[in-house]
Write a protein that binds this ligand. Structure first.
Ligand code: CA
Length: 431
């Protein structure tokens, strides 16, 4: 559901550009610099609808594009009076065209995201939320089977407990994206769903404020996910996921429940990986039982036992053999549906553990490893491709395909094939 000023396009709920979407910046960075004008440049995606001339033409046609959505709105039982009221005077915000195609020069390391998102301040903030809304959490846990710590962690990671959620009117953002740029069909549904929210009176326009991609409220619902999951838990007739803690908590729980959350089960475990481990097993498609993982020499960190050995998990090693491993259970997949950025999803699980009273992760991260710049990530991909290790079109995003190519390259030169793209690997490729 994440909105915000995403680094590489929105990783919002239902808006994953790819399974390896980069974490958004909204809940990490303080308020970004004041809104700027559109640069007037073509988008870096190279998409025909992101050409500057196409953006200008679509912007000139904005009013008739919005009016053209009236029949669709009518089918959703939105009245003409509401349609006129909420769309009159609406103009496109073209600055969003820069954001949808933004390519960050620098990204943070995986561990930097965890440091920021699971800071002592966020843990303290979460404890306040838990205490303040204890009665609601008691009722919600009973009714939905989703524990209070994960909901609070989503609240904390997505918006720093409602303090960093974006400041753009959702109707304007989604109307812009529905009429201009490369994701118009997707955002038509978001725009119409936002209109439905306003027409029904669940939220007022001044509450429907969020990220450039249209995610709003402390747990960053997209308009379509609001439609699927929002509930009126305090019984006032409105599903107010922005200002009513009861509605917000229950709606987020309902979302996780409908996405397959297994009650009374955790998201996953930090694990210790033995020397000589076959890193080719560290792949989202390789689901083994905890018993089978133990057979490969994997142990739970901190010397604890796994509570249920028949559970299936996949292994994530964000920093290869230089950092901790994580065995991810079904509930982690549910968190990934909520936020498809791995660093964010892990931060949600980790923050929940810390709020529950759990200890920090045991193993160290390779903090000495510099983060590759965009140019370096592209160069890495080009060099891998040239050597016959296919990463796809070099785009600077190190996803599963690039990770697999790095592994194959590592294997070919006798290194541990852990898929971790470091400066050392780049240096070897340059030789
Ligand atoms: Ca309500």
């Amino acid at each position: 559901m994440l909105g915000g000023a995403f680094l590489l396009g929105a990783a919002a709920h239902g808006f994953a550009q790819s399974a390896q979407a980069q974490p958004p910046a909204a809940a990490v960075a303080p308020t970004p610099s004041p809104p700027k004008e559109w640069t007037g440049e073509s988008g870096s995606s190279g998409h025909p609808q992101m050409q500057a001339s196409a953006i200008r033409a679509a912007a000139a046609n904005f009013e008739s594009c919005v009016e053209g959505m009236w029949p669709l709105a009518q089918k959703r039982n939105i009245s003409r009076a509401s349609f006129d009221k909420f769309t009159s005077g609406l103009t496109p915000e073209l600055r969003i065209m820069d954001l949808i195609d933004a390519q960050p020069e620098f990204t943070k390391a995986f561990w930097d995201y965890l440091d920021i998102l699971v800071s002592e301040a966020r843990i303290a903030g979460g404890r306040e939320i838990l205490a303040k809304h204890k009665a609601v959490f008691d009722k919600v846990e009973k009714q939905y089977g989703v524990d209070r710590y994960i909901i609070t962690a989503i609240w904390g990671v997505e918006s720093n407990y409602g303090t960093l959620g974006g400041d753009r009117p959702v109707l304007r953002s989604t109307a812009t994206l529905a009429c201009v740029g490369r994701r118009q069909a997707y955002f038509r549904d978001e725009f119409l769903s936002a209109l439905e929210i306003l027409h029904r009176g669940d939220l007022k326009p001044e509450q429907l404020i969020g990220s450039w991609a249209g995610a709003f409220g402390p747990t960053q619902f997209m308009p379509t996910s609001f439609k699927r999951y929002a509930v009126d838990f305090d019984g006032d007739g409105r599903r107010d996921v922005v200002s009513s803690a009861a509605d917000l908590i229950a709606s987020t729980a309902n979302n996780l429940k409908k996405d397959g959350w297994i009650p009374a089960e955790t998201w996953g475990y930090e694990v210790v990986i033995p020397k000589g481990f076959n890193y080719l097993l560290a792949d989202r498609s390789k689901q083994l039982t905890l018993t089978e993982w133990q057979g490969h020499g994997i142990k739970r960190a901190g010397g604890k036992a796994f509570p249920q050995l028949n559970e299936k998990a996949y292994l994530l090693v964000p920093a290869g053999n230089q950092g901790p491993g994580f065995l991810m259970l079904q509930n982690f997949r549910v968190i990934m549906k909520y936020n498809p950025a791995e660093a964010y999803a892990l931060a949600i699980g980790y923050l929940a553990d810390r709020l529950r009273g759990g200890e920090p992760f045991v193993q160290a991260w390779p903090r000495h490893e510099p983060v590759l710049t965009l140019a370096e990530r592209r160069e890495l991909q080009e060099l891998l491709n040239r050597k016959g290790f296919d990463t796809g079109e070099p785009n600077g995003r190190l996803g599963p395909k690039s990770r697999a190519a790095v592994r194959d390259f590592q294997q070919s030169i006798g290194l541990v094939p852990d898929g971790f793209a470091t400066a050392t690997i780049l240096a070897r490729l340059r030789r």
